[in-house]
Design a protein around this ligand. Structure first.
Ligand code: PGA
Length: 251
């Protein structure tokens, strides 16, 4: 872990949760208030339908919120889509873009992901840009090449200044209980850091690089201790306050 970077623990609820789920945010807020101050920024990305209500509970406990996707345009005739300014209006500070589920389910390309990240930045949101290889790509020895190519095309050409976050999420590790070996995470996060530094210099050195994919209380401590792992993007284990708090506390 690079000490100058404040880690980020981000919960991605995906398409889970109606208003009943907000009770878990209340439980997490209670735990955070009762315990030592967290060593990370704590973020929850709920379904957009819950953002406003979640913020009323989360903000007083220092928990920030984010969207799970945004449209590349700031407004317009795009029925059913949500824009980055709409998320910001509800109090979101971050937005996930290019999650592998969106790349797979909606055919999102890295060029589109870059446009979404640009819309997020223009709206004052921090984009969490997701990259990751499939199982077949890893087996073929292509993992680093695939991820660095996704990175090259998913970060806006004109990125300057405002924060971005990168999330490395091997597709085969998401929701499966499988995780890469420690050495594989070391190698990938180092490759991501080198790619960022080569392109952006000192700014690239300050970008938070999250690991995502079956992060749980049982493996969080080991994963979060790896160099250039600056936090986690947590799916399933973010739905229960007790599990999510255990991951936050693993730092
Ligand atoms: P998971 O999901 O923790 O349930 O594997 C991670 C993600 O997709 O962000």
């Amino acid at each position: 872990m690079t000490t100058a970077i404040t880690p980020l623990i981000a919960g991605n609820w995906k398409m889970n949760g109606t208003s009943v789920a907000l009770a878990e945010v209340g439980r997490l807020a209670e735990r955070l208030r009762a315990g030592a101050p967290p060593r990370a920024t704590v973020l929850i990305c709920p379904p957009a339908t819950l953002l406003a209500d979640l913020n009323r509970i989360a903000a007083p406990a220092g928990i920030v919120s984010g969207g799970q996707d945004c449209h590349p345009a700031l407004s317009g005739a795009h029925t059913g889509d949500i824009s980055a300014p709409m998320l910001a209006d509800l109090g979101a500070q971050y937005v996930i873009v290019g999650h592998s589920e969106r790349r797979a389910d909606h055919g999102e390309t890295s060029a589109l992901v870059a446009d979404k990240a640009r819309a997020a930045l223009a709206s004052g949101l921090v984009p969490i840009i997701c990259v990751g290889e499939t199982e077949a790509e890893r087996r073929a020895g292509q993992a680093v090449a695939v991820v660095t190519a996704q990175l090259a095309a998913s970060i806006p050409e004109d990125w300057a200044g405002h924060s971005i976050v990168i999330a490395y999420e091997p597709v085969w590790a998401i929701g499966t209980g499988l995780t890469p070996t420690t050495q594989d995470i070391i190698d990938m996060h180092r490759a991501v850091r080198m790619t960022l530094e080569a392109r952006f210099g000192a700014r690239g050195a300050g970008v938070r690089i999250l690991y995502g994919g079956s992060m749980k209380p049982a493996n969080a401590r080991e994963i979060l201790a790896i160099e250039h792992v600056n936090g986690g993007l947590v799916g399933g284990a973010s739905l229960l306050a007790s599990d999510f708090y255990a991951i936050i506390s693993a730092l």
